[in-house]
Design a protein around this ligand. Structure first.
Ligand code: SF4
Length: 87
């Protein structure tokens, strides 16, 4: 069983944990590592990178459909992943 101090440290490691609150979910208290959405910033960046690589590997038609559907700026996304502020 983790001590309270250990749990707080882990919560703060989540990319979505800001100023004691979760910035992506409507929850009163962060669930820490038990949360299905818990992800560290490096994990978030890795997942974004994989998604971008997957999109770039698609044929041009499908790639462009996704880029237009989600209004993606691939260059901006790639620099965001490598620079990574997590926001
Ligand atoms: S662990 Fe879950 S509830 Fe806590 S900050 Fe991250 S996403 Fe939000």
């Amino acid at each position: 069983m983790d001590s309270i101090e250990q749990v707080v440290k882990r919560e703060q490691d989540c990319f979505a944990y800001k100023n004691g609150k979760c910035k992506i979910l409507r929850v009163l208290t962060c669930e820490g590592t038990n949360c299905s959405f818990y992800k560290t910033l490096p994990e978030l960046q890795m997942d974004r990178q994989k998604a971008l690589e997957h999109i770039q590997a698609l044929d041009a038609t499908n790639r462009n459909e996704i880029i237009n559907l989600y209004k993606l700026d691939i260059e901006k996304q790639i620099s965001g992943v490598s620079g990574g502020d997590g926001s």
